[in-house]
Ligand binder design. Structure first.
Ligand code: UDP
Length: 238
């Protein structure tokens, strides 16, 4: 008995740090594999999946510029870090038999495909997981903005933001026992109260295009699939 799924096409955004497990840096292959299994379980429901993975587990532009690097150079290094993460995720997914394309905003033909919108749409129609790498291809942006941009371009019905907690809280639930989780919250409230869902430009781009953001816990086994099948706890930013 397959559950009824409300979504046909979604984008999953995870930070680079989600791939490093308990390490302080880089990639933790068992963790990459665990997340790949979550993605596969949703793909197996027939949902078309886009992914954007950050690069913060390897390199962040802001950190580089704080140490005296030129900001744009540091940002390009951050974008390259997202390509490494995308390749790791592709490897894990394909080892499970899930056809996957890594599509980069910065062409690097020997490594992955360049971003061509109509081609990416075709991959999705053929049920291939599309991992969008190298962010937007521009310095001074983040992968949150890239996720919102690609979700709009690919006509996704929602962005699923996988985090360490099961939604958006009025204060940090790991520090305050009485923190309250929102079931739904408006884009404007997220911006006004600086609730830390995604950066402000990503939230504004989602708001201006009525793209809901579903914040959920990626640490919960089966959580991603559960939410797509109408179960579990999460916050919907709308
Ligand atoms: N980045 C960029 N333009 C983009 C996306 C990313 O310059 O469109 C750079 C930026 O330096 C950023 C780094 O890539 O710090 C890694 O991305 P992000 O910080 O969003 O990763 P996350 O925090 O999600 O792991």
């Amino acid at each position: 008995n397959e559950p009824i799924v409300k979504y046909k096409r979604v984008l999953l955004k995870i930070s680079g740090e989600a791939l490093m497990g308990d390490q302080g840096y880089g990639l933790h292959p068992p963790t990459v594999e665990r997340i790949a299994r979550e993605v596969k379980s949703v793909r197996d429901l027939g949902v078309e999946i886009c992914m954007v993975i950050g690069g913060g587990n390897i390199f962040r532009g802001l950190a580089g510029s704080a140490q005296g690097m030129e900001r744009t150079t540091a940002d390009y290094m951050g974008m390259l870090a997202t390509v490494m993460n995308a390749l790791a995720m592709q490897g894990a997914l394909e080892s499970m038999g899930v056809f996957t394309r890594v599509i980069s905003a910065i062409p690097m033909d020997q490594v992955c495909e360049p971003y061509i919108r109509r081609r990416a749409v075709r991959h999705l129609e053929k049920k291939r997981v599309c991992i969008f790498a190298a962010g937007t291809g521009n310095p001074y942006f983040t992968t949150d903005t890239a996720a919102t941009l690609r979700a709009n371009e690919m006509s996704c019905e929602a962005i699923f933001k996988g985090t360490k907690v099961d939604g958006v809280y009025d204060m940090d639930p790991k520090k305050h026992a009485h923190a309250k989780r929102y079931d739904t919250v408006s884009y404007d409230e997220v911006l006004q109260k600086n609730l830390g869902v995604m950066d402000a430009s990503a939230i504004a781009l989602a708001r201006d295009n009525n793209l809901p953001i579903i914040v959920f816990s990626l640490d919960e086994p089966g959580g991603f699939r559960g939410i797509l099948a109408g179960q579990g706890t999460y916050t919907r930013v709308q």
